[in-house]
Design a protein around this ligand. Structure first.
Ligand code: 5GP
Ligand code: ZN
Length: 115
């Protein structure tokens, strides 16, 4: 937990967010500035800055983000139609919050490749 990290503060309920999923390893909440009709961020409760800092010790917590993604996709009703998971890493990708997070976006057709 880093007190200067906004996502750590959401994970400890210190900062308000619209939480859609909460379990032992992860928490998910709606993005403040959604880029799709459904735009959810799934984060580990443990602070990891980015994929660049991932080690074997994070395997369970980070693997769990996909378990959460599947559960959210089912609960929100877009598992069949599809959705996009994105993990930005570093400045070229557009990462702005240094606490690893999976964007779960759905509700419209996405283009490929992304811009
Ligand atoms: P990144 O650009 O790092 O991949 O994604 C960070 C995301 O966090 C952005 O989509 C941004 O809108 C979202 N975000 C930043 N601050 C907050 C916040 O305080 N609350 C919520 N719910 N989302 C946030
Ligand atoms: Zn953090």
């Amino acid at each position: 937990m880093s007190s200067s990290c906004i996502f750590c503060r959401i994970a400890t309920y210190e900062l308000a967010a619209t939480i859609v999923h909460d379990d032992e390893h992860s928490i998910a909440f709606r993005d403040l500035h959604p880029k799709a009709p459904t735009h959810i961020l799934i984060i580990p409760k443990q602070h990891v800055s980015s994929v660049n800092d991932v080690t074997n010790d994070h395997a369970v917590a980070l693997g769990h983000l996909f378990v959460a993604a599947r559960a959210i996709a089912e609960a929100e009703g877009f598992a069949k139609k599809g959705y996009r998971l994105v993990v930005n890493t570093g400045s070229d990708s557009g990462q702005t919050v240094d606490h690893i997070h999976v964007h779960l976006m759905a509700g419209r057709a996405f283009t490929w490749p992304p811009g």
